[in-house]
Design a protein around this ligand. Structure first.
Ligand code: MN
Length: 228
């Protein structure tokens, strides 16, 4: 171990269902426009626009159940997503081997400063200010694939204060989980600890302080997150 000049930052880790061991996070990849109806609501063409990737920071993942309304924005949106946790990685991973690298799955919210993201889009600038801010990815506990298998369909629904906002099905993903892993591995060296947020169905909308978001996906305990 090298001698470090300052205190090292803590390892980000997430709780795992059924064990007190935790899942350590290395990188966070997010796929945009992976459900056709959401592509349309964001002004894209689902027949032409391929999904694409951006990143959040590991310490943006937050299992606390509390989402502090971020600075610098007055239009913060929820995006309900299934997160995929890798236990191993590599490069040029074939689609038919991709699921071998999956440790498990969790529910996640890709919280977005939509006003700032929109400004960045119109200026052809990168999206970090809209996407990669503090605690921008509330997340539930990790469900090991060894226990639940690999979900390929099932309702994904997000309500705010009890009213349904987003209501889709995991089977509507344009790029399936193995295709995402394979694609990413053509451009990045994936590794255990990497997390992939797999995109959101339509119905993204703004939250306010005091709102309670509830994300439900078939087979998972509901993820409840309070905006403060
Ligand atoms: Mn998203």
């Amino acid at each position: 171990m090298p001698r470090l000049a300052i205190e090292p930052p803590p390892v980000v880790s997430l709780p795992i269902v059924g064990t007190d061991a935790r899942f350590p996070v290395r990188r966070v990849y997010c796929v945009g426009r992976n459900y056709a109806a959401h592509t349309v609501e964001m002004g894209g063409d689902p027949n032409r626009d391929a999904p694409f990737f951006f990143q959040k920071n590991p310490d943006n993942l937050d299992p606390s159940g509390v989402f502090p309304y971020p600075s610098g924005s007055s239009d913060v949106h929820h995006e309900a997503e299934l997160a995929v946790m890798l236990e191993s990685g590599g490069v040029t991973i074939p689609v038919d081997r991709a699921l071998d690298h999956v440790y498990g799955y969790a529910l996640a919210l890709d919280m977005t400063r939509r006003d700032l993201q929109g400004e960045q889009k119109s200026l052809r600038r990168p999206w970090e200010i809209g996407k990669a801010f503090e605690r921008s990815a509330p997340v539930g506990p990790v469900y090991p694939a060894a226990k639940i298998g690999h979900p390929v369909s099932g309702r994904i629904a997000l309500s705010v204060n009890g009213k349904i906002r987003q209501d889709g099905d995991l089977g509507q993903m344009i790029w399936k989980v193995p295709e995402m892993i394979s694609y990413l591995s053509e451009y990045f060296e994936l590794a255990g600890g990497d997390v992939i947020l797999s995109g959101t169905p339509s119905g993204v909308a703004a939250v306010e302080r005091g709102d309670v978001m509830e994300l439900k996906v078939t087979g998972f305990a509901a993820l409840e997150v309070r905006v403060v």
